[in-house]
Design a binder for this molecule. Structure first.
Ligand code: ZN
Length: 294
């Protein structure tokens, strides 16, 4: 009976995933104008931003091969301008695969030097950027500028912020999210790094925030996200000090000022678990003599 049930569930999941992957191909891609010359490209859960000027187009993450093919055709159809730059947000494959679609003599591929190194070392199936930077880089295209900045470790390797001027739009992937909780167990995130990097971005001159996932917001949404991260981090640290187990922390931690964030109820225990794991492993709270670990 149990076996029959499992195979039934598996079959249902298979049918559902086949259905959703075929519908995702054509219908889930879309382009939205954000402001001025800046557009948002949406593929299901992933988002990137691109800039269109008389001198050509600058795109950011190509996302994946199917998405990149669709985007390339749409840019040709709507604007008929060359793609001059492809700028990677960081090193993770779900954001930067598909870049080969844009390989052309007039196209420059840009990333932080740590992202480029990681792509090279791990033999990632994408373009190895030919222009890199260590701290800051400014790209001018037409009347627009795009300021790329590294804020230290936060997610993956060489993850940067991108500020589009004159539109005052900030694009950050993964380590800032608005309108939704940060991703499940905060896989691959450096929590202290996310907090520091987010603080730094608040000093930048932006009015609109666009994330690599979830919604579009403003500076106060980013401020609120930062407050959530700080309160989450403090709650778990204080909980560990008071001798609570992970199970107790997952059960008792409430940050209800943020219960309007998407997936609040289902992902809060996962966020707590992710922070706990990072504190135990990276900060060594699992073997500290001053902490009573059960
Ligand atoms: Zn992501």
């Amino acid at each position: 009976m149990e076996k029959y049930k499992t195979s039934f569930i598996l079959l249902t999941l298979l049918i559902l995933s086949l259905f959703s992957s075929t519908t995702a191909l054509a219908n889930d891609y879309r382009i939205e104008k954000i402001a001025g010359n800046i557009y948002r490209f949406v593929d299901d859960r992933h988002r990137s931003v691109f800039l269109v000027t008389g001198e050509g187009v600058l795109i950011t993450d190509p996302l994946n091969e199917n998405a990149a093919n669709w985007l390339k055709k749409e840019i040709e159809k709507r604007f008929n301008l060359p793609i001059r730059y492809v700028v990677f947000s960081h090193n993770h494959s779900d954001h930067i695969y598909g870049a080969k679609v844009f390989k052309a003599i007039e196209t420059t591929f840009v990333s932080h030097q740590l992202a480029q190194k990681d792509i090279e070392i791990t033999k990632a199936d994408t373009i190895i950027p030919n222009v890199t930077f260590k701290q800051n880089m400014v790209i001018t295209l037409g009347d627009n500028t795009v300021s790329l900045q590294y804020h230290g470790k936060n997610d993956g390797r060489g993850s940067i912020s991108m500020l589009f001027q004159p539109e005052k739009i900030l694009f950050v992937v993964d380590w800032i999210v608005v309108g939704r909780m940060p991703w499940r167990k905060l896989w691959s995130y450096d929590i202290q790094g996310m907090i520091n990097s987010t603080k730094e971005t608040l000093n930048l001159d932006f009015e609109i925030f666009v994330g690599g996932h979830a919604g579009i917001g403003n500076k106060s949404d980013v401020q609120r996200y930062l407050s959530y991260l700080e309160e989450l981090y403090t709650a778990v640290i204080d909980g560990i000090h008071s001798g609570k187990t992970l199970a107790q922390l997952k059960e008792s931690t409430r940050l209800d000022n943020y219960n309007d964030f998407g997936n609040y109820n289902s992902w809060l225990p996962l966020n707590v678990e992710g922070v706990y794991e990072r504190l135990v492993e990276e900060s060594g709270m699992g073997w500290r003599p001053d902490i009573n670990n059960k």
